[in-house]
Design a protein around this ligand. Sequence first.
Ligand SMILES: *Cc1c(COP(=O)(O)O)cnc(C)c1O
Length: 310
Amino acid sequence: MFFFNLNSIEFLVINQQISFQFPNEITLHIKREDMIHPFVSGNKFRKLKYNLLKAKEEKKIKLLTFGGAFSNHIAAVAYAGKDNNFETIGIIRGDELESYITENPTLLFAQECGMKFQFVSREEYKNKTTNLFIENLKNRYGDFYLIPEGGANSLAVKGCEEIITEEDSRFSHICCSIGTGGTISGLINASHLHQKIIGFSSLKGEFLSDDIRKFAVKNNWELVTDYHFGGYGKINEELVRFINDFYKQTTIPLDPIYTGKMLFGIIDLIEKGYFPKGANILAIHTGGLQGIKGMNVYLKKKNLQQIITQ
Ligand SMILES: *Cc1c(COP(=O)(O)O)cnc(C)c1O
């Protein structure tokens, strides 16, 4: 796969905002949603905002949610729960993880924030949205406010609509990374029809389109599915090299699961002529930087180059 040498493009940093000038009068601007908050970063902050307000309104004491071992969402719910006086319960995929909490920076962080875990097998986890599964959780934990996996529901989409402001109407293209599709749905709803919203899938498969159609009220979007690097959570040396070069040259850290893949994809597509002459592209940095530590534990074990953070 093609590797872009960042040395050959110009970039500007103004107030931590960054703009790149490419040939063919194409500009790329990065919106630093990763800087909203150190622990509840990027889109996870946006997705939790109205859900926590609703939980308060309903006088709930507990938040319950679901996630994998390195989940940005689990970390965000744990911290936001602590900060807003909710008890938090995380239903974690993979029952083998229970004995490895101390080796897992995400789970360790969530535990330090007071989150209680229930580890379930990958088989059981697949049933997590069934009535029976939820009933069992209610019997065990009592009343709680349920936040779906990845935080994706209509209140989350409403929060993500606030990522885009009126000033952003000058952009012709808006790019984001996709997990559940909640974030891109918010961007689509807040966009103007002259803008194209492009989602870079972090997972394999086209199934995401249906999820996006559930929440999105416009059709000015498309999915790019060529930059998942083997699937969700998978990376290779080329991606690590890209993330490290990008960081060295711009001082912007990218995460390996979402934003690293998206930026790699955007730059590759610019090179390949995907964007029209004069395109003014906005890329949303959705955060996720807490995931770097966990990925580095894995890379170190495999004796591979790690992601640099300073
Ligand atoms: C969760 C996450 C995404 C995916 O957002 P969805 O709304 O689930 O599509 C993208 N980027 C980062 C950094 C995330 O943590």
